[in-house]
Design a protein around this ligand. Structure first.
Ligand code: SAM
Length: 284
């Protein structure tokens, strides 16, 4: 039995058994490793951190995509920043109303390797005529995008370290604001409230977004293989409130089968624990 171990904090480690390491490569951007195990199936890590596995990817990809569509069922144009495994794009492309999806992923290798080793998230993406794949830095992409280009931006990034750092800056959030139209919604990978390092990243991201968007909120979901399992997304918008403007009936009419998301859970996800609410409002 081999063990993959991720250090969640100074005194916490998380390990997953695997039968075989499928692939390993240092790209110009990061270290990519693919493993195959029993409990979690095939999984891959970037710079040693768990990214996606077959067992719980449905949770993350349901929750990064569906709350926005349940708030604005009229979304037609979507920009995904990062998301190289394809899972976020897969969920967006299920909406027939969507006409255009751009995925700006800095490392083409992530996508190509997921097409080979993780078809559950990456297969069928490139073949969808609505999909435009751009293998470039997400910050550079939004800088060069005209005003009011998208209804929705989904920031499916790694943590604010190394290549991911630029996606947690005020400049990036301001560019996202400019590139979104008047009904625009920004969903971002918003880290976690539990371990100090992730909680610090969560607070910093929230302070920056709150200074730019008129409507900001945070919602939670249970992600077993991410540090502490308690993980968040940010919901920022120019005009839609994710609770007051929730259109549950319209979303249910899409008739999408989902293993995690539903419109009751949508409401619940925005009901945060007191310690998380306090951390989000505290400035320091
Ligand atoms: N679900 C995962 C999580 O929450 O950590 C992230 C999914 S996906 C694998 C993260 C992607 O962000 C990676 O493929 C990485 O290459 C990409 N990425 C990191 N920095 C980026 C940047 N500046 N521009 C575009 N993509 C970036």
């Amino acid at each position: 039995m081999n063990w993959y171990t991720e250090q969640w904090s100074g005194e916490t480690k998380f390990s997953i058994a695997y039968d075989k390491q499928l692939y390993s490569e240092k790209t110009p951007f990061q270290q990519i490793d693919f493993y195959k195990g029993n409990e979690f199936g095939t999984f891959f890590t970037l710079d040693g951190l768990m990214m996606v596995n077959e067992k719980d990817e449905f949770i993350y990809h349901d929750m990064i995509v569906h709350p926005a569509f349940a708030t604005n069922p009229g979304i037609k144009s979507v920009l995904i920043i990062g998301g190289g495994d394809g899972g976020t794009a897969r969920e967006v492309l299920r909406y027939r109303i969507v006409e255009k999806v751009v995925m700006a992923e800095i490392d083409e290798q992530v996508f190509r390797l997921c097409q080979e080793y993780l078809p559950i998230t990456a297969s069928g993406i490139e073949e969808d005529s609505r999909m435009e794949l751009r293998f470039e830095d997400g910050l550079a992409y939004v800088r060069n995008t005209p005003d009011q280009s998208f209804d929705l931006i989904l920031v499916d990034s790694t943590d604010p370290i190394s290549v991911g750092e630029g996606l947690f800056t005020t400049e990036f959030y301001k560019e996202c604001y400019r590139v979104l139209n008047k009904h625009g919604i920004l969903i971002n990978q918003h880290e976690s409230p539990y371990f100090a390092e992730y909680a610090a990243n969560m607070k910093k991201a929230h302070q920056k977004i709150k200074a730019i968007f008129p409507i900001t909120n945070v919602y939670q979901y249970h992600m077993p293989t991410y540090p502490s399992g308690h993980w968040l997304f940010g919901f920022a918008s120019k005009s839609y409130d994710p609770l007051q403007d929730l259109q549950a009936e319209a979303w249910n009419k899409f008739g999408l089968e989902t293993k995690y998301y539903n419109t009751d859970l949508h409401r619940g996800a925005f009901a945060l624990p007191n310690y998380v609410k306090e951390a989000l409002v505290r400035d320091e």
